[in-house]
Design a protein around this ligand. Structure first.
Ligand SMILES: *Cc1c(COP(=O)(O)O)cnc(C)c1O
Length: 453
């Protein structure tokens, strides 16, 4: 162990390959199915939406896939990212635990998302795509893809969930600065959007609806492709540079984590940090607890059901086996902490079923309380999403204070919260309440999910 507070790697130490966990899984994750035939899909089924390079990565059994040079060149703008020891937080908590955090907030848009947006834009540009479509909630993914599209000369069109479009105008401005076109979703521009608006003209939207719109816009135009910021295997794989860097940095600190903790919306930042550690765990070299943390308002891993469901609300995407709250899930408006997607990455869901990772749900008040303690000690304002990971780490550090155990905790701090002052304002004014997503709503939603034999 050292007395360092942070470990910063050199440009030359950015991992030159992504780690693909698929060949190392104790059993393979269930296949993705065609929404009509319920048969496993092939590469050609996905070709209207994604470039072939990404489709092949999605099903690859290669343990490592090289990061292309032009992608590394863009990564160098902010990678490698620093790993910190939260000494001041440890002191404030009076805990014998050692708390570390891997910080992704220094990227051009302030989160881990450009780490997949950049390769996605690159492969699309390579294969002749002219325009990318996508969805975004608060705008983190949309701004990452807008940034990446600008790097490779692509047009970028974003459907932003209506409630965020109205309530969080600054990310939209950021997307437009990067050159993207932004629509409020549901919109009149797509069949899917018109269908939802016909049912509910005041719909506040959801990620599932925005995905339907962005997919439809891409499917109808051969020079346009669709891009997803989480959930898919290739997205999780791109993020593994985070964990590969962190493995090396923890080694330089001279410590081995007993607990890794990350927030899970679709699973990408969690996978990015944890998969390289899971590789070591599955090989029997280390044995940390690996924990997903999600909101009680959107509890796909802790209350959702593990079964085949659509990735979007209108049922246009393939069927994937995942923990799901049902594809027509609409988050409660009181919830300020992000992580609002109805499903979970199939790889993360599979690892949960295998018992390799565990999951916990925490209410938003405790999350923001933890975030404020963290900020006062460490000076970084976390995005609402990683406040879940921080709250879980604080719970653990407090248990260590009681037991005297000195655990090593590694937290995925996947973004800063500079665009989320509205949520912090609500917390400081005492206007945040916890919301427990009701069990019976999950049961009701399961009745609308296709039965897959
Ligand atoms: C998008 C986002 C998330 C949620 O997505 P995951 O795929 O679960 O990582 C979490 N944190 C931040 C900062 C994000 O931008």
């Amino acid at each position: 162990m050292t007395d360092l507070t942070k470990v910063v790697l050199q440009d030359s130490e950015i991992p030159e390959a992504w780690y693909n966990i698929q060949p190392d899984l104790p059993s393979p994750a269930p296949p993705v199915l065609h929404p009509g035939t319920h048969q496993p899909i092939g590469p050609d089924d996905l070709a209207p939406l994604f470039p072939m390079a990404l489709i092949m990565q999605e099903v690859s059994q290669d343990r490592y896939i090289d990061v292309p040079g032009p992608v590394l060149d863009v990564y160098r703008m902010w990678r490698p990212t620093p790993l910190y020891r939260a000494r001041r937080l440890e002191k404030a908590l009076d805990t014998p635990a050692h708390i570390y955090f891997k910080y992704e907030g220094g990227s051009p848009v302030g989160s881990h998302k450009p780490t997949t947006a950049v390769p996605q834009a690159y492969y699309n540009a390579q294969e002749g795509t002219r325009r990318l479509t996508t969805e975004t909630g608060a705008g983190q993914w949309g701004s990452a893809l807008a940034f990446a599209s600008a790097q490779f000369g692509l047009d970028c069109e974003v459907w932003q969930v209506a409630i965020s479009f109205d309530q969080k105008p600054y990310r939209r401005t950021l997307m437009e600065i990067f050159g993207a076109t932004v629509h409020s979703s549901p919109s009149n521009l797509t069949e899917a959007g018109r269908k939802i608006l016909a049912m509910d003209p005041n719909s506040t939207g959801s990620l599932g609806i925005a995905i339907s719109e962005a997919v439809e816009a891409a499917a109808g135009d051969p020079t346009t492709k669709y891009s997803l910021g989480s959930v898919l295997n290739h997205v999780l794989m791109h993020q593994t540079v985070i964990g590969q860097e962190a493995l090396k940095q923890m080694e330089l600190f001279g410590e081995t984590p007993d607990l890794l903790v990350g927030c899970t919306g679709g699973g990408s930042n969690f996978a990015g940090l944890s998969f390289p550690f899971i590789k070591e765990k599955l090989a029997g070299k280390i044995d940390p607890t690996i924990r997903c943390v999600e909101p009680t308002a959107s509890p796909s891993l802790t209350k959702g059901v593990y079964r085949y469901d659509f990735g979007d609300t209108l049922g246009m995407t393939p069927l994937v086996k995942m923990h799901t709250l049902g594809h027509d899930f609409i988050p409660d408006p009181i919830h300020a902490g992000g992580l609002r997607y109805h499903g979970m990455a199939p790889l993360v869901s599979h690892l949960k079923e295998l018992g390799v990772v565990e999951a916990e749900a925490i209410g938003q008040v405790e999350c923001f309380e933890g975030a404020v303690r963290f900020t006062r000690a460490e000076g970084i304002i976390p995005a609402p999403e990683p406040t879940h990971a921080i709250a879980s780490a604080i719970r653990e550090a407090e248990r260590c204070r009681e037991s005297g155990e000195s655990k090593v905790i590694l937290v995925a701090l996947c973004g800063h919260g500079h665009f989320d002052m509205g949520a912090y304002r609500a917390f400081l004014d005492g206007n945040l309440e916890d919301f427990e997503y009701p069990e019976e709503k999950v049961r009701e939603a399961m009745e609308k999910i296709p039965a897959v034999a």
